[in-house]
Structures are given as C-alpha cells and as structure tokens.
Design a protein around this ligand. Structure first.
Ligand code: UDP
Length: 451
C-alpha cells in the first residue's frame, strides 16, 4: 500500500474566532497538495463545511452543549485537555492504518496539550497563534523576564522593541487586569515558556504588517508569518477551493446583503463585536444613540436586540439602520456600501478590515483587543473611540470617531491607508508573497519528511 506523505491534522479551539483562521489554514495546506483534516469538537462540527478539507470530531467532554455546559472555564479547559488528548490520539490511530497516516499536528495556542499527543506518535508539532505577532511579543518578553509582570505602573508606558509605547489601557486585558480570565493567561504563558518544543510556530499575520516587530525579533524567536488567513477570494486570489470561511456557529442573516445593495458607496457603518464580547447595557445604549445621532446608515450585529437595546432606539430606526443577530462578515465588509467598520478589534476582524480595505473605529473590549486597536490606529487605518472616566465610550465620542473616519479632514488619508494595506495583504498571500513562501517551505519539509 503506497502511503501519502503529508497529512496534517489542524486542531482548533471551538470558538468562531479560532475555527475561522485554522480552517482557512487547513484549506491553504490542502490547496498546496497536503491532505488536511480539521479536528473540532462534536458540538461545533455541524457548523463547519469544506469541500477540500476533512472535518473530524474529537471530544472536549461536553459533546451536547459545548463550553457553555461547563461549570467554569477552568473545568472546561481541564476536561478538553483530558478527553481531547485521548480522542485526538484515537483519531491519529484511525488514520495510521490508512494510505495517509498523520505526520503533523497544527494546533491552536489554546489547546497546548496537543504537542504531547504529537510527541507520543513521534510526528511534527506546530502551534498556531491566533493573535498578532505584536501581542505575542508581549507574552514572549514577559516569559523571558524582559518585562515585569504584573506590570508596574512606574514602567508605563511600556517600551517594547518594535512596538509603539504602550499604556495600560493599550495592553491585552490578560496583562492589564491579570485577575480576569487568568486561565487563558496561564495557558498562554505555559506555551510561551516552551515554544522550542514545537517544530514550527505559526502566526496569523504577515511580515509587512508588523515589519518593525519582525525586525526587532529577528533571530530571537521562531515565529513564521502565514497570514492573513482570510479566504483568498476576498483578496482577489483563487488559492483556496472554497470561497468562504465555511464555518458559522450562528445562522447568518442574508437580508442585510440585499439591504446593503441599495445604499450608496462607502455610506454605511457596519458594527460588530465578534462572537464573545459581552457589552454592558450602559455601553450598548451609548452605542445605539451614537449610531443614530451620526445620521448615517448602519448595520449592527447584536444578539437579542429586543431584550438588550433601548426600545425607543429600536422604534426610531426605521430605514436608517438594520440590527441583525449574525451575518457573513466578509460579505458585508466586501460590500461597496460599507464605509466604516466599528469593531471590537478581535484579531480576525482587524485582519478582515485591513484585508478588505475598510476604515475602522476601534471599541476594544478584552483579551488582545486593546492592543490591536492601538496598532490599527498607529497604521493609520482608523481611530480608537475615546472612553470617559467610567470606561464608557459615550454617544458623543462614538459619533465623533465615526465622523472622523468617514467625513473628517483625515478621512481621505485613512481610506488611502486602508486600501494600501489591502494591497499589501494581497501581495503577502499571492504566489511567492511573503506568507505564501513561508507556507510553501512548511509544505515542502512536511512532504519530504524533514523538520
Ligand atoms: N463574524 C461573522 N459574523 C458576524 C460577526 C463575526 O462571521 O456577524 C466572524 C468574523 O468574520 C471573524 C470572527 O467571526 O472571523 C470573529 O473573530 P474575532 O477574532 O474578530 O473576534 P472574537 O469573536 O474572537 O472575539
């Protein structure tokens, strides 16, 4: 029986912002001749489709309801580690007798135990960072003892090689408020303490986007930039077989695309806070009136609007706006009508905004988002909305930021910068672009069996 070399299992954490880039990476590998299988939890598997990548389930111990059924994040992560390690090993064994045995696991930073499974089978291991390299460099410096943690007020603003000076409000929340979500920080720091045990460390970014950081870290760390992991069709390429992410944990509303079609170019605000952020009622109210007062058309992704948004606002929208529970974000960002993306600056959303050339207003919430918002502003593709002393972006501040990006004196320059980054992102993923070359090197080594 002739065995095919180069079968990669890509293991994702079961959240939208993780499935999207990892599935996309699997598709990119498949397009380059590798066999690629995405491993995900039972609870998420039915939300994922691909014509080029195999999709296989493993268990996190919560097959019926996923993460929400676990009593706490800590319990969930522990269960995923125990049950996930066992079921991932079973999946590898299943393929071992086939014509395409697995010879590499690419795993999400949030499932760090996958490296032990790879070692157990003596196959390659590659960790996939769903954060920017800039954010990763903060964790790396803390691990190496170059930055004190918890952050000392007298060291602010932080001066980190290759990054702009960073205030506390511009750091990932795991570092700025280390008490919150400490289980995530623990996982991240554990992995940064042993990056060398991986054969590859991939980062969903591109060298040109973070060029100063790449220069500052050159020779110091093993990061390989392979992004942006956005379906190539949105970057005017035809690299991947599928033209969408092919994964949606919620049903996208399609009427918004028809609604957008009738609107003039660059006239609509698209606003979304991704899949995980929990926006407080007071902040939601300010956003609602900020959008309304801007006088622009807006398309807002908000779950349970009747329960969570002011009635007076919902009754006053009329034809001006549309509030929907979920959409195909790339289709929306790619629509000619959208002229501004009010975003929580999740890393995928930030990359998508850059890749589609849409100016942004950042309203970061938690995790790496505050840092992403800062870097987005530094790159001149938008502004961060200012918060008041209570940490709220008031309606006036949101309106001001929207106007700055869409109509203000700097709006032309912001739009030009956004389009410039779109072109740069396109180059990075096109044939022989920086990210494409990096992926090719990986594929070649895998097929030849070198590591
Ligand atoms: N997304 C989507 N439809 C929506 C909102 C978001 O398809 O209505 C997608 C978006 O394209 C992105 C992902 O969900 O790929 C969210 O990832 P991100 O890192 O931006 O934020 P997270 O959800 O992890 O906070």
């Amino acid at each position: 029986m002739e065995k095919q070399r180069g079968h990669v299992i890509v293991l994702t954490y079961p959240a939208q912002g993780h499935i999207n880039p990892l599935l996309q990476f699997a598709k990119r590998l498949a397009s380059k001749g590798l066999k690629a299988t995405l491993a995900t939890t039972h609870y998420t598997i039915n939300s994922i489709q691909s014509t080029t990548v195999g999709i296989e389930p493993i268990s996190d111990g919560y097959d019926e309801g996923g993460f929400k059924q676990a009593p706490s994040l800590e319990v969930y992560l522990e269960s995923f580690k125990t049950v996930g390690s066992r079921t991932l090993a079973e999946l590898i064994l299943k393929f071992s007798e086939s014509t395409s045995p697995v010879n590499c696991i690419v795993y999400d930073l949030l499932v760090p135990w996958a490296v032990d499974v790879a070692r157990q089978f003596n196959i390659y291991a590659a960790v996939f960072m769903t954060n920017s390299a800039s954010v990763c460099s903060l964790y790396w410096h803390i691990d190496r003892g170059n930055l004190s943690f918890p952050v000392k007020p007298e060291t602010l603003p932080l001066l980190v090689p290759g990054l702009p000076p960073l205030d506390l409000s511009e750091l990932p929340s795991f570092l700025a408020q280390p008490g919150n979500h400490s289980a995530y920080l623990a996982i991240i720091m554990e992995k940064f303490g042993c990056l060398e045990e991986n054969d590859w460390v991939f980062c969903n970014s591109f060298e040109e986007l973070e060029s100063e950081l790449v220069k500052a870290m050159s020779g110091l760390w093993p990061f390989v930039m392979i992004g942006p992991m956005v379906p190539s069709a949105y970057l005017d390429q035809q690299i991947d077989g599928d033209t969408t992410y092919g994964a949606s944990l919620w049903n996208p509303t399609t009427e918004c695309l028809i609604w957008l079609e009738a609107k003039p170019a660059n006239s609509v605000i698209y606003i979304s806070f991704g899949s995980m952020a929990d926006i407080q009622p007071k902040q939601l109210e300010e956003i609602a009136w900020g959008l309304k007062n801007s006088g622009k058309h807006f398309l807002w992704v908000a779950k349970e609007p009747e329960k969570r948004l002011p009635n007076e606002f919902l009754n006053s929208i009329g034809e001006t706006g549309l509030v929907i529970p979920w959409c195909d974000q790339l289709e929306v960002l790619g629509n000619q009508a959208v002229g501004c993306f009010v975003t929580h600056c999740g890393w995928n959303s930030t990359l998508e905004g850059l890749s589609l050339g849409v100016p942004m207003v950042g309203l970061p919430q938690w995790s790496d988002q505050p840092a992403n918002a800062k870097f987005m502003e530094v790159r001149g593709v938008g502004v961060r909305a200012k918060r008041n002393e209570e940490g709220i972006v008031t309606r006036e501040n949101l309106e001001m930021s929207i106007k700055e990006v869409m109509d203000g004196g700097k709006s032309g320059e912001i739009r030009r910068n956004a389009l410039k980054w779109r072109e740069t992102a396109k180059k990075a993923v096109s044939i022989d672009g920086s990210s494409d070359k990096n992926i090719n090197e990986f594929v070649e080594k895998l097929v030849k069996g070198e590591g």
